[in-house]
Ligand binder design. Structure first.
Ligand code: ZN
Length: 151
C-alpha cells in the first residue's frame, strides 16, 4: 500500500502543468493533424519509426514563446542530413519540473531564463524543406514520453 502511495505522489509532481501559447498566430496551441507528410500526434508512424513528439501548428517565420517560466539549456541539432539544414535547429528548455525539446526553432539565445510568454526564437522555414506540410514546432520530452497531457 505504501508503495502505491509513493508512486502516486511521484506521478502528481507535474499534474496540472499546461503549455502556454507556443507560437504567434496559434493562441490555442492547435495541433498538426494530418498532411501529405504524415500526422502530428505522438506515436504517429514515420516509415519504420515512430513520432516521439507532438506537433504544434506554427507558420514559418512566426515568433516562438516560452510555454512557461523556463531556463534555456542549449541548442538542439535535429538532423544530420545537409538537405535539411534550413530547419536544423531547436532549443532545450526546463521548467515546471519538465525537460522539453522544441525542434525547428531558431533560438534568440541558448542560456539563461525566460518568463512565460516571452519570445525565445523564430520558427524556421519548414516549407522550404517539406513543401505543403503544416508548418509546426515539434515538442518532445527529453525522456521521449508523451507530451500530449500537457496540452
Ligand atoms: Zn514532430
Amino acid at each position: 500500500m505504501r508503495r502505491v502511495l509513493i508512486l502516486l505522489a511521484v506521478l502528481c509532481v507535474c499534474d496540472g502543468v499546461k503549455f502556454g501559447q507556443l507560437c504567434s498566430g496559434n493562441s490555442a496551441n492547435s495541433r498538426r493533424t494530418s498532411d501529405s507528410w504524415g500526422a502530428g500526434h505522438y506515436g504517429a508512424p514515420r516509415g519504420s519509426r515512430v513520432h516521439k513528439g507532438l506537433d504544434i501548428v506554427c507558420s514559418d517565420g512566426s515568433t516562438v514563446y516560452a510555454p512557461f517560466d523556463v531556463t534555456l539549456h542549449g541548442k538542439v541539432i535535429v538532423y544530420t542530413d545537409p538537405n535539411k539544414a534550413a530547419i536544423n535547429s531547436g532549443i532545450n528548455l526546463r521548467g515546471e519540473g519538465l525537460c522539453v525539446k522544441l525542434f525547428y526553432v531558431q533560438p534568440d539565445r541558448t542560456s539563461g531564463s525566460v518568463r512565460k510568454g516571452e519570445r525565445i526564437g523564430t520558427m524556421l522555414p519548414m516549407q522550404s524543406v517539406y513543401p505543403g506540410i503544416t508548418s509546426h514546432v515539434h515538442v518532445q520530452m527529453c525522456d521521449r514520453s508523451d507530451p500530449t497531457p500537457f496540452f
